[in-house]
Design a protein around this ligand. Sequence first.
Ligand code: AMP
Length: 144
Amino acid sequence: MSNYTHILVGVDLSDEANHVIQRANALAAASKAKLSIVHVVEPLTFAYGGDIPVDLTEIQDQLQTKAVEQLRSMAKANNISSENQHVVTGQPVSEIHALADELNVDLVIVGSHGRKGLALLLGSTANGVLHGAKCDVLAVRVKD
Ligand code: AMP
């Protein structure tokens, strides 16, 4: 069986994200694979419907800037160079799929909380990434 050549890890910038990146880093090193990381900034929905137009562009830009900084610091701590760091805007599942295709990765790594009950029925990012991915997907268990 051939080794993975390019791994993409989805990073939600939470406290657990470092654990997921470390696992991905170890696997990438063992496989001599390139490692890319992505954080998806979700678009702000309009807080007010109807007649009151609210321009959220500035806040969205601030969120984007903050996300770039946070991802950069996590990447730096894990020796991931800037050209392999991606911050995109959209829905996490579809953006992770799109970037995985664009970068032609052969493995996507995400964290999984191992949800139960209603949360399981509602689904999770890990579930969404698994369903519809064109390559292998590894779910790294993170603590609840
Ligand atoms: P969740 O289902 O939201 O608990 O997320 C599970 C995993 O999906 C996280 O550990 C990340 O690997 C990935 N993920 C969730 N949200 C994002 C995001 N906004 N950008 C990139 N990856 C994400």
